[in-house]
Ligand binder design. Structure first.
Ligand SMILES: Cc1ncc(COP(=O)(O)O)c(C=O)c1O
Length: 331
């Protein structure tokens, strides 16, 4: 492993400390017993990033809001569906950092405040509901809103694409340095890491981070949204953007570091499967850990299924990316 190279690359970018890091890395011995395998199973607890409901986007926001502060921004604009984990975490991040923010939901106002909507309400968030428009229309609306704010003398900073940008993805390069350090401390050689692929930022940061640190594990990306070729293309583009941004790993063959798996996505984003729902009950009942329907149960099921089929040889780790707030709106 070569952690110094990754640390040096990251040090060029301002980072606002928002999370409680490192997140725990520990065994899941009850899950291992349930699967009746001698293969050690681990979990990296990014559901416990320590801000708001927790979850992966805290790491992206550390780099994005670090950039915003450097650029002199004075108001954050973020957008997503009503139950967006990114939106809820942006609200909590701005509360913690003392920043103004407006959240735009491409949804109708909810009849009942549940899940992340309740958290946003408790946090006193400024929420704008712009109706059931597409994600692209929503981003155009936010861009126009930002222009109007600028005309009023404000310095808006837009968080695009659910914080899945090359800069946001550095949060997962940082996470890979953290994971490698924990492995060194625990004298553990991880061989497989399972992560979700939605917009692709998390997976791209993880793959890039694994490559830059020369981590010993293979990254298994479980697509929860797009079909495999689409996500693969998104990841390839993202990886090249991160190469450009950091000036590292130009010409590197990232294909040797990761595989995208398509068999656990069901019918796509937020379309769960009975096997995934079963993971929610199982993990809660044997490990006391909650996963949700959109991202985390699909990824967990991917690891469980591959372990059962004997496709994973040794030390495997599940990256739990959170989504705890949204869980309360899903049943
Ligand atoms: C809980 C959770 N896990 C995973 C992801 C996937 O991240 P990405 O969109 O960067 O692929 C998200 C994205 O919103 C998320 O909220």
């Amino acid at each position: 492993m070569n952690l110094q190279k990754a640390k040096d690359a990251l040090s060029q970018f301002p980072r606002l400390e928002l999370g409680t890091l490192p997140t725990p890395l520990h065994r899941m011995s009850h899950l291992q017993a349930k699967l009746d395998t001698s293969l050690p199973l681990y979990i990296k607890r990014d559901d416990l990033t320590g801000l708001g409901p927790g979850g992966n986007k805290v790491r992206n926001l550390e780099y994005l809001l670090g950039d915003m502060v450097k650029q002199g921004g004075d108001i954050v604009l973020a957008s997503g569906k009503n139950q967006s984990n990114l939106c809820a975490l942006t609200v909590s991040a701005c509360c913690k950092a003392g920043l103004d923010c407006i959240i735009f939901h491409n949804d109708q106002p909810p009849l009942q405040q549940t899940g992340n909507q309740l958290l946003n309400h408790l946090s006193g968030a400024h929420l704008e509901y712009i109706g059931s428009v597409t994600d692209q229309e929503r981003e155009e609306y936010v861009a126009q809103y930002a222009q109007r704010l600028q005309q009023q003398g404000r310095q808006p900073y837009i968080i695009k694409n659910g914080a899945s940008t090359a800069l946001g993805a550095l949060g997962y390069v940082h996470a890979m340095v953290e994971l490698c350090q924990q492995c060194q401390q625990q004298e553990l050689t991880l061989r497989h890491l399972f992560v979700p692929g939605g917009n692709g930022g998390l997976a791209a940061g993880t793959i890039f981070g694994a490559a830059l640190t020369q981590a010993p594990f293979h990254v298994h990306v479980i697509t929860v949204e797009h079909e495999v070729p689409i996500l693969k293309k998104i990841l390839e583009d993202f990886l090249q953007e991160i190469v450009q941004l950091t000036g590292q790993l130009d010409g590197f063959d990232f294909d040797q570091v990761y595989t995208v798996h398509g068999e656990y996505r069901g019918q796509g984003w937020a379309k769960s499967t009975p096997e995934c729902i079963q993971q929610i009950y199982d993990l809660a009942r044997i490990e006391g850990i909650f996963v949700e329907q959109v991202y985390t149960s699909k990824t967990l099921y991917g690891m469980v299924d591959m372990v059962r089929k004997g496709l994973v040889d040794t030390n495997a780790c599940y990256l739990h990316t959170g989504g705890f707030g949204a869980l309360f709106s899903q049943f």
